[in-house]
Design a protein around this ligand. Structure first.
Ligand code: ME8
Length: 526
């Protein structure tokens, strides 16, 4: 029977505003999306993964003006840093989209025309509040008091009174559709965000202003050239631009839309779970299957900001601690969906304990002993009941628990299951004491070391989405062929026999995760 085609899986991140350099929140989202993309590839899905930069709008235009340059010039420079960050963090996107690209203008104009064809756009006058920082319109009733008689958006950003001729989108028409969608299990997660959005829609939706005339850095409204689209209309459309919309291209819309997962931060859930599905429905397109609003990452519990002087460059962190250590820390430390905190010392303490001292040390000890005591050669062996028990624990964690938890986006729980298996291996080494068996029972020593070899292979395969470079290096040391590293290989029971038959020998290993040092000044504050 012919193999079934792999099931497509389309994942997107938010596209970032390139009005400055990327911060740790951007890195967090890109890494989380990459872990999911890699995980689904290892599951055998045909993955498409898109990220990029959101370059239009007033926020970009004003920042450029402040710096005395054109918005395009600012976007060109900053977008480059976002792409560099993704590359440095091993983010395996298929397309890095920039909304200033011509195909994106074309797609945005096409979705506009589709909404117009549904009679959902009309010209009127907007009079109300706008936050440039959020690129969002707010109702008077949503505003909160700032200092003096200043009014702030619910996000705490300044708002300005805006009066302008504007195109409007008939959002109110989609109220029932949206309530039905938001109540569909799995559409919007975590549940706390869903309840918030349902409450917002239940209050009644007003039509949305979707164009601006007071500046021109954006996508032109077709047939209404004095207007540029409201930046969120074009920004959200990026998700289908990358699939060739409005054309039906191979591996485009008909394969990958609706998206399986749109990963975003909690501050932009309204745009993704209300405006975006309404635009899509109006244009005759399906809503994404799932929108997930992750939490915010805080620096020692505080929001990063230029005024506090605590803005962290994610590239500096990755250079200092290692890309895989940073990826591991972020996915392990924070319960996905909730806010989390990080600090250099937390990164060092956790990765030293779990990666260097536990997993890395297990690999280093095992492979060194195989080199030293078996000349690196593997041979068939008969596991005893202790060996079988360990391998069952490892198999359960790697083939069942971690994949189940990652599928549910519970990364920290999945990694914890994996880590318990690592600890079980370390306990087994201590109990079996292969260094003592060397004299008393060399055959048994070989069985113990090779049991560990088998366990290491499963552990390395399972953790690949999180620490892709280090797990690849370990799988190389273990002689596992590149085409035997997908999750299906965890169910292959003949691989060890084939490896022995191939005559593979273990080479003296190099440590995977060197212990990190706490910088002295930071150690003092820990
Ligand atoms: O919102 N921790 O862009 P953006 C975690 N252009 N995530 C964070 C974060 C933090 N401290 N700070 C921001 C935009 N994020 C729009 C998106 S999509 C069509 C347009 C997340 O550069 C934020 O929630 O402000 C968002 O998902 C992403 O980083 C980009 O934020």
């Amino acid at each position: 029977m012919a193999d079934l085609d792999p099931l497509p899986f389309y994942i997107t991140t938010a596209i970032s505003y390139p009005n400055g350099r990327p911060h740790i929140g951007h890195a967090y989202e890109a890494i989380a999306a990459d872990v999911i993309a890699r995980f689904q590839r290892l599951r055998g899905r045909a993955v498409r993964f898109q990220t990029g930069t959101d370059e239009h709008g007033l926020k970009m235009a004003r920042k450029a003006e402040e710096q005395g340059r054109s918005p395009r010039d600012l976007a060109d420079e900053m977008s480059g840093y976002f792409r560099e960050m993704c590359d440095a963090l091993n983010v395996s996107y298929d397309r890095f989209i920039r909304t200033s690209e011509p195909d994106h203008h074309r797609a945005s104009q096409a979705i506009w025309q589709a909404m117009e064809a549904s009679d959902d756009l009309y010209l009127d006058r907007y009079e109300g509040w706008y936050s440039v920082r959020d690129e969002a319109y707010y109702d008077e009733s949503e505003l909160v008091a700032g200092e003096g008689d200043e009014k702030l958006s619910p996000q705490g950003t300044p708002v300005e009174w805006t009066v302008e001729e504007s195109w409007f989108f008939r959002l109110s028409k989609y109220q029932d559709y949206l309530l039905g969608l938001l109540r569909t299990p799995g559409f919007l997660e975590p549940a706390s965000r869903r309840n918030e959005m349902i409450a917002f829609v239940e209050q009644g939706l007003r039509d949305l202003s979707v164009s601006r005339t007071s500046f021109d850095w954006g996508v032109k409204v077709p047939g209404s050239e004095a207007h540029v689209m409201y930046v969120w209309v074009d920004a959200l459309t990026n998700y289908i631009t990358g699939l060739g919309y409005p054309d039906d291209i191979p591996n485009g819309m008909s394969t990958f839309w609706p998206a399986d997962l749109q990963l975003i931060g909690k501050d932009i859930v309204r745009f993704h779970s209300i405006y975006w599905p309404a635009f899509l429905e109006s244009a005759g397109l399906q809503a994404p299957k799932k929108v997930f609003g992750h939490g915010f990452l805080l620096n020692r519990g505080q929001k990063e900001s230029k005024s506090l002087g605590n803005v962290t460059d994610p590239l500096e962190l990755s250079e200092r601690f290692g890309v895989d250590a940073l990826r591991y820390f972020l996915m392990r430390e924070v319960a996905f969906g909730q806010d989390g905190s990080y600090s250099p010392e937390a990164i060092v303490l956790r990765t030293n304990a779990e990666l260097a001292n536990s997993f890395g040390n297990l690999a280093q000890r095992t492979l060194s002993m195989i080199v030293k005591n078996m000349d690196g050669r593997l041979e068939a062996f008969k596991p005893d009941s202790a060996d079988d028990a360990l391998l069952a624990i490892v198999k359960q964690a790697c083939a069942t628990e971690l994949p189940r938890d990652f599928e549910a986006l519970s990364f920290s729980t999945g990694i914890e299951a994996w880590l318990r298996a690592v600890y079980a291996c370390n306990q087994y080494v201590d109990e079996q004491a292969p260094w003592a068996l060397k004299k008393t029972d060399p055959e048994r020593m070989k069985a113990v070391l090779q049991t560990l070899f088998v366990a290491l292979r499963d552990l390395a395969i399972a953790i690949q989405p999180v620490v892709p470079q280090k797990s690849a290096a370990l799988l190389d040391q273990l002689g596992i062929p590149a085409d035997e590293r997908a999750y299906a290989a965890l169910k292959d029971h003949d691989w060890f026999g084939r490896l022995v038959a191939s005559g593979f020998t273990v080479a003296p290993p190099t440590p995977l995760f060197p212990r990190l040092e706490l910088p002295v000044d930071e150690a003092a504050n820990a």
